[in-house]
Design a binder for this molecule. Structure first.
Ligand SMILES: NC(=O)c1ccc[n+]([C@@H]2O[C@H](COP(=O)([O-])OP(=O)(O)OC[C@H]3O[C@@H](n4cnc5c(N)ncnc54)[C@H](O)[C@@H]3O)[C@@H](O)[C@H]2O)c1
Length: 400
């Protein structure tokens, strides 16, 4: 990351369009504007919600639907921010029209569609990224740099990603419906972020998983109107409907390098809003990062422990540029998103995602789909399952 305004570096601003204008569509639009892009248009689910979105996003015009936006001749970059079932079809259309694509996770409802999407993007030679934005916390980059520079192998990786916004029967959202969200809910939605972060900071890969999925609320009561993510539920009453996707995922894993670990993923953990917590241990030290306290990194040692603050003067050169404001002036989630979008646009202007270190691409979206499928397989077989059964056996093969 070499600056915050790639669209203003002597070139005309990138022209972008946003499909879907709920929680994350607004976050994308704010990041796009800060990166110097011009927001040509938006498409939401109905004419009235699109009209409202034009105002909220400060877009130039409304599009009748997502399909017309992603193929429009005056748009360079498409941001896909809809419910999950629309990601793959809209992204395929956008790629066929020669657009660069920033597509929300999960890339598709199944592994095959995600893989096809990555192939289409590669063939078209466009830049295609996925917002695994927790990579963009400066202290996450710091952990990554320290792991890369360290000589001691990791011994343990564990953590959680806990939320509470789906913890009552009245909490309803399109994510609860497998037709919109896919066969995995909590794991595909937020577990994918945690696994991406682990693979990103360690440079290692999950090789096999042993998973248990829990549907804690087998029935929810829908009033017909879906609430947005992270808002409170609908009023009581409504029509009961059977829930088929998990509220909780408990996953043990081993990595290609042979490190063992576990993670608990939940959308029903009362009081936990967005607690993505990650802890990695080597022979001498433990590093712990909490997304809700992203300005500090805990490094524990047997004799003494320390708190590393987000001060660019003392961060690794790979982490320091992501510190946007001076230490003591907190930065957070939207800043991560701004940095991710700025880096995506930088890749677009350079003509390749390879020129930007740490940019999450469709290949990372496919990794998430692979891991999610392995978790689903393991939960149904009650056995350890390889993440990528088609790859070479890993060194721990046969040692569950
Ligand atoms: N990367 C991240 O950190 C992150 C965070 C939150 C959500 N997400 C992803 O973003 C996506 C959207 O999530 P959200 O929380 O914003 O959901 P949301 O319910 O708040 O918003 C979804 C939006 O899509 C619109 N929409 C529905 N059908 C549409 C259609 N046919 N055409 C155009 N627009 C349509 C809705 O009107 C709504 O505005 C999901 O795939 C989710 O996984 C990613």
């Amino acid at each position: 990351m070499g600056g915050w305004l790639p669209g203003l570096n002597g070139r005309s601003p990138l022209r972008i369009g946003v499909v879907g204008a709920g929680f994350i569509g607004v976050v994308h639009a704010q990041a796009a504007r800060r990166a110097g892009a011009s927001i040509v248009g938006v498409a939401a689910s109905t004419p009235s919600s699109t009209k409202e979105a034009v105002e909220v996003l400060g877009a130039e015009r409304a599009f009748a639907d997502g399909e017309s936006l992603v193929t429009s001749s005056d748009i360079d970059v498409v941001h896909i921010c809809t419910p999950n079932q629309l990601h793959a079809p809209l992204a395929e259309l956008a790629i066929a029209a020669g657009k660069h694509v920033i597509c929300e996770k999960p890339l598709a409802l199944d592994l095959l569609s995600a893989t096809d999407l990555r192939s289409s993007a590669e063939r078209a030679g466009i830049v295609a990224t996925v917002p695994f934005v927790y990579r963009f916390y400066p202290l996450v980059r710091e952990i990554r740099a320290r792991v890369a520079a360290g000589s001691r192998p990791l011994r343990l990786i564990h953590g959680t990603y806990l939320q509470d916004w789906l913890s009552t029967e009245e909490d309803d959202n399109w994510r609860v419906d497998a037709a919109f969200a896919g066969p995995s809910r909590a794991f595909a939605d937020i577990g994918s972020h945690w696994c991406d972060l682990v693979e990103f900071v360690t440079g290692d890969r999950l090789a096999a998983v042993c998973a248990e999925l829990v549907i804690a609320l087998p029935e929810r009561r829908t009033s017909g109107g879906h609430v947005h993510a992270f808002s409170s539920g609908t009023e009581s009453g409504g029509t009961p409907r059977v829930v088929t996707t998990e509220d909780v995922a408990i996953v043990m894993f081993r990595t290609v390098a042979g490190v063992r670990g576990s993670v608990v993923i939940s959308q029903i953990s009362s009081g936990r809003k967005n607690r993505l917590f990650l802890e990695i241990t080597d022979a001498e030290a433990t590093m712990a990062f909490d997304q809700e306290q992203p300005e500090t990194l805990w490094i524990g040692r047997r004799r003494t422990s320390e708190i590393v603050q987000r001060d660019p003067a003392y961060l690794d050169p790979a982490a320091a540029p992501y510190a946007r404001v001076p230490p003591g002036h907190p930065q957070g989630y939207q800043d991560c998103f701004d940095a991710f979008v700025a880096d995506s646009y930088r890749a677009i202007e350079a003509g390749s995602a390879d020129v930007v270190d740490g940019l999450p691409t469709f290949a990372d979206g496919v990794r998430a789909a692979l891991i999610t499928e392995a978790v689903l397989r393991s939960a149904s077989s009650h056995r350890w399952e390889d993440v990528d059964p088609s790859s070479e056996p890993n060194q721990m093969e046969g040692r569950p």
